[in-house]
Each structure stands twice: as structure tokens, then as C-alpha cells.
Design a protein around this ligand. Structure first.
Ligand SMILES: Cc1ncc(COP(=O)(O)O)c(C=O)c1O
Length: 319
């Protein structure tokens, strides 16, 4: 059997490899502190379990609309509006089985062969794999040298992105480092994204799990970001729904929201368009850094905002 070239481009997940190793050691009776997968240290809240069981008992076991049931999308929109993301309506929300699936769909939708994607390192390892599957080119900016803060790395980011950059991925609070980017840093990202007309994924899946009461600003609330931000959030981390129970709400600007559960290219650019810009990219002086995978790092959990047994009081209803 011949595998497709896209499969050859990716390597086995380092996170999964470490997790498997930890499980094996645990099975062998070793006391392991496993810092591999982002598994919350609390159980799924009881009201979610009860709602899930109730929904199944009520017969909600069949196919649903592929981009999410209306009641859930409405609940997601209410939450987003509460967070200041009032540009999103139910037509912009796509619910996927897990954040990873949602991000994969975004990357597949936006990235063609050779398109440039900028990542802030260290980054969750799956971004790289998703970009490689789409045959995009990665440009990486190292924030480790600034103790994972983004503000002092803005000059490096400015040097790394250009009109050729199609997509920038911002993950705050970030995996693996846990940093929450300051408003000034996010404004710097906004300025670059607007100047170079870059679409931005704001992966906010850890929004509810921060330390010392720190609250993050959603990138999509910033002036200039409303129509270029794809906000990713989900239930896996905030509600500890990681074992086959996770759903994710992904909020896209209007053209992506119109996908209605299908994957088809979105026309959203003004200016020369990425295919013409790609030809310009071959010009000398355009730099693409070599890729590397960021390893998992964990910080102590003291002072964390969330409480054991449920970070948010109201669980989504099953159905
Ligand atoms: C930064 C980040 N984004 C998205 C995800 C995807 O989460 P899930 O697919 O479990 O909902 C993860 C999972 O670990 C993550 O660390």
C-alpha cells in the first residue's frame, strides 16, 4: 500500500509518544507524573454527565447538523457575547468533535501548498503537523528567550511576518508554557495582522485555566481583528471533557462561517490574492525558519483560577 505524500510529511506526535510511555510505566507500577497530554486535574462536572446521560435516554443519539445543533450554537454565541466577541452570530459558529478537529478544518480551509503560517514557539505540537498536512510553510518565532512573553518578541514577529504570511496562530493561555499574553502584546499582533492582511487563529481553549486570577483578552475583541480572527474554544479543558465527550465551538468570520459544515475554499482577500503573492515570495530576502516541535512544559498549579470539579458554573446542556 502506498501512503499519500501528506502522511509522509508528518511525524508521530511526541505528546502521544510520551503519554503512551507514561501509561506503560504506570501499568508497570511506576509512580509517574505525566506532563504529556493536557488532561485537566478535575473530573467532568456532574451536571454535564447527568445532561449527557439524560440526552441519550431522551433519544438524542442520531445524526445532528454537521456544524452543531442550534441550541448549542445559541448558547455558544451567548457566551461569546459575554466575552465581548459580539461579532459572532450562530452563522459563524461551527461545532466540531474536539478542538483539534476544528483547527484542522481551519488550516485545511485556509492553507494551500506553500502558504506561509507563522507560529509562536514553543507551540502545541499539533499546529505544525496540521500545517505540514496542508503543505504550508512554517515561520517560527521563539518566545522562550523572553520567558514566553510575547510583548518583547514583537520585533521578532514583525521580522518574521510579511504580506506573504497567510495565517498566524496565537495561543493564549499557551500550551505548553502557560503564559497569558498582555493586551499590549495582542495589540502588537493586531497591528501586524492588519498591516499585512493576515488571518489569525486565536486558540483560547485554555481561557478558563489560568493562574493567580489572570484573565485574558480575546484577540477578536480588538479593533481591526473582528473580521480576521478565527476564535477557537472548547469543552475539553474547561469542563474536563477529554475522553470522547469533547465538543468545540469554533467561531469564524463570516466567509468561513458560511462553510456550513463543508470544507470549501473561502474567498476573503482583498489585494493581489495569495496565488499572486506566492510568486512574489520567491523573491530573495524572504525568510522561513526551520521548524521544530515544542516540548511539553508544565508549571505548578498553585493559585489557579479554576476550581476542582468545574471551572465554569453553568455546564452546557446535552442534546
Ligand atoms: C493549545 C491546544 N489547542 C487545542 C487543543 C485541542 O483540544 P481537544 O481536541 O482535546 O478539544 C489542545 C489539546 O491539547 C491544545 O493543547
Amino acid at each position: 500500500m502506498d501512503f499519500a505524500a501528506r502522511v509522509e510529511r508528518i511525524e508521530p506526535s511526541a505528546t502521544v509518544a510520551i503519554s503512551n510511555k507514561a501509561s506503560q510505566l504506570e501499568a508497570d507500577g511506576v509512580d509517574v507524573v505525566d506532563l504529556s497530554v493536557g488532561e485537566p486535574d478535575f473530573d467532568t462536572p456532574e451536571n454535564i454527565k447527568t445532561a449527557g446521560k439524560g440526552a441519550m435516554d431522551a433519544g438524542h443519539t442520531g445524526y445532528t447538523p454537521s456544524n452543531g445543533i442550534p441550541a448549542l450554537k445559541e448558547a455558544i454565541v451567548d457566551k461569546l457575547h459575554g466575552d465581548g466577541l459580539d461579532q459572532y452570530g450562530t452563522g459563524n459558529v461551527v461545532v466540531t468533535p474536539g478542538g483539534k478537529q476544528g483547527l484542522y478544518e481551519v488550516v485545511q480551509t485556509l492553507i494551500d501548498d506553500g502558504d506561509e503560517v507563522a507560529l509562536l514557539d514553543p507551540a502545541w505540537v499539533s499546529y505544525e503537523a496540521m500545517v505540514k498536512v496542508a503543505n504550508g510553510d512554517l515561520t517560527r518565532v521563539d518566545t522562550a528567550q523572553y520567558d514566553f512573553a510575547l510583548e518583547p518578541a514583537l520585533e521578532d514577529l514583525a521580522a518574521a511576518v510579511s504580506d506573504e504570511t497567510e495565517l498566524l496562530v496565537v495561543n493564549s493561555p499557551g500550551n505548553p508554557h502557560g503564559a497569558v499574553y498582555s493586551d499590549a502584546a495582542l495589540e502588537g499582533v493586531r497591528d501586524l495582522a492588519v498591516d499585512h492582511d493576515i488571518a489569525v487563529i486565536s486558540d483560547e481553549i485554555y481561557k478558563e485555566i489560568t493562574y493567580d486570577g489572570v484573565e485574558m483578552t480575546s484577540l477578536g475583541t480588538l479593533e481591526g481583528m473582528r473580521d480576521r480572527t478565527i476564535t477557537l474554544n472548547g469543552f475539553s479543558k474547561a469542563y474536563a471533557m477529554t475522553r470522547g465527550t469533547g465538543l468545540t465551538g469554533r467561531q469564524d468570520p463570516q466567509p468561513l462561517g458560511d462553510l456550513r459544515g463543508q470544507l470549501r475554499p473561502a474567498r476573503r482577500r482583498r489585494g493581489p490574492g495569495k496565488h499572486r503573492r506566492r510568486r512574489r515570495r520567491d523573491a530573495p530576502g524572504v525568510r522561513t525558519a526551520p521548524g521544530h516541535a515544542g516540548g511539553p512544559v508544565c508549571r505548578p498549579r498553585q493559585g489557579r483560577r479554576g476550581t476542582r470539579g468545574g471551572v465554569l458554573p453553568d455546564a452546557p446542556r446535552g442534546g
